[in-house]
Design a protein around this ligand. Structure first.
Ligand SMILES: *Cc1c(COP(=O)(O)O)cnc(C)c1O
Length: 377
């Protein structure tokens, strides 16, 4: 049997283990410590724009705290990109609020500015102005931030960027994760850099980040005993995980280059197969970290997305359909939805190819040949 090729596996550099050993040697094995502070500084410095960062236990925890900081409460409505991972939407429900899903556009596969405006208008007409807008940069591709921010600003609705998949991507030269009133990152095992599990909350508003750190450590008031005047959470990142994160920050730009090289490799290698289309960056303003290389398969040539996925599975190569949109998820069946069929079509035809920054040339070649073989019959 061929060795397994994973969709996106962790890729450690050289400093991660050194940092973890230091955490052990100094006995900082706790959800706070010098590496947590250092990781927050590294991230803030990398992102620029004067942002502040809170390192947390997951991207989902960061999303939850972001909604709390934006004042989302029970009964509120929050607009969320429909084409995404469920973790983008679940925290809306944690707050007892209702998600209102908005479809994607063809160019970026992210939230359609036109449908966003339609949804805002309609929700206001029905009596409730949405409390926040969650826009996602899927697979690292920047959403159309100029238009989305302009629409959000014109209705005075704060934007939350789910940049879980987009660390290292830029829009008009500015890092994703610095546009929203609040933004989140994820360092889950499959992301472009990982802390094994972890996330971060990002904002220009330092008071919000301080308050988020406070809520994330059980909302302990300043007192010698345990005193609480807020409901708290246990959402802080461990110093051991942050030690890994600091090492990963040292290699982040290499990882972006390696993932982008994967995309170019597949695009060049499959250029002769017109049934396979790649998601191009619309123009020079969009710079994707290419977290995952994704394709659309036009099955009019007789080969479907599922044919390819199953053929590669037989070769011990892991691929995955694109995110199944939220309006198709049983758990969100009753949520309002504004769409034109784009995300359904993407889900139907889309496939994520193995994209790890640690893939060898031989492994990439195996993937390429296995795909080509599907069209050779
Ligand atoms: C991974 C991911 C999350 C969740 O992050 P976790 O750290 O796994 O909680 C949220 N949104 C998107 C789009 C993601 O890909």
């Amino acid at each position: 049997m061929n060795t397994k090729i994973w969709l996106s596996s962790p890729h450690m550099g050289t400093n991660e283990f050194k940092n973890v050993k230091e955490a052990f040697d100094t006995n900082w094995i706790a959800p706070l410590g010098p590496h947590v502070d250092g990781f927050e500084r590294d991230l803030a410095e990398f992102l620029g724009e004067g942002v502040h960062v809170a390192a947390l236990s997951s991207g989902t925890a960061a999303l939850h705290l972001a909604l709390i900081m934006l004042g989302v409460q029970a009964g509120d409505e929050v607009i969320c990109q429909s084409m995404t991972f469920s973790a983008s939407a679940n925290p809306i429900a944690y707050q007892g609020a209702t998600p209102v899903f908005v479809d994607s556009e063809d160019r970026t596969w992210n939230m359609s500015p036109d449908l966003l405006e339609t949804a805002i208008e309609d929700r206001i007409r029905l009596g409730k102005k949405p409390k926040a807008i969650i826009v996602v940069h899927l697979y690292g591709m920047p959403a159309e931030m100029d238009r989305i921010m302009a629409i959000a600003d014109s209705y005075a609705i704060p934007v939350m960027e789910d940049a879980a998949e987009a660390l290292g991507s830029t829009y008009k030269g500015r890092k994703l994760g610095t546009f929203g009133a609040m933004s989140i990152l994820s360092f889950n095992g499959n992301k472009i850099i990982t802390t094994s599990g972890g996330g971060a909350l990002v904002s220009n508003n330092e008071a919000h980040i301080k308050q988020a750190r406070f809520l994330a450590t059980q909302a302990r008031d300043a007192a010698p005993h345990y005193q609480h005047s807020h409901i708290g959470y246990n959402y802080r990142m461990s110093n051991v995980c942050a030690a890994i994160g600091r090492g990963q920050m040292d290699v982040l730009l290499d990882r972006v280059q390696q993932r982008r090289a994967n995309f170019t490799f597949y695009q060049t290698g499959l250029a002769a197969i017109p049934a396979i289309q790649f998601a191009e960056e619309p123009n020079g303003e969009f710079y994707s970290n290419r977290w995952l290389s994704t394709v659309l398969v036009d099955d009019s040539q007789g080969v479907s997305r599922e044919d390819i996925r199953l053929a590669l599975e037989r070769e011990n190569i892991e691929t995955r359909p694109l995110w199944k949109p939220m309006q198709l998820q049983p758990v969100f069946a009753d949520a309002p939805y504004y769409g034109d069929g784009t995300s359904e079509r993407l889900f139907d035809k889309g496939l994520c190819l193995p994209s790890g920054s640690n893939m060898t040339d031989e492994e990439r070649e195996r993937v390429l040949q296995a795909i080509k073989a599907c069209f050779a019959k």
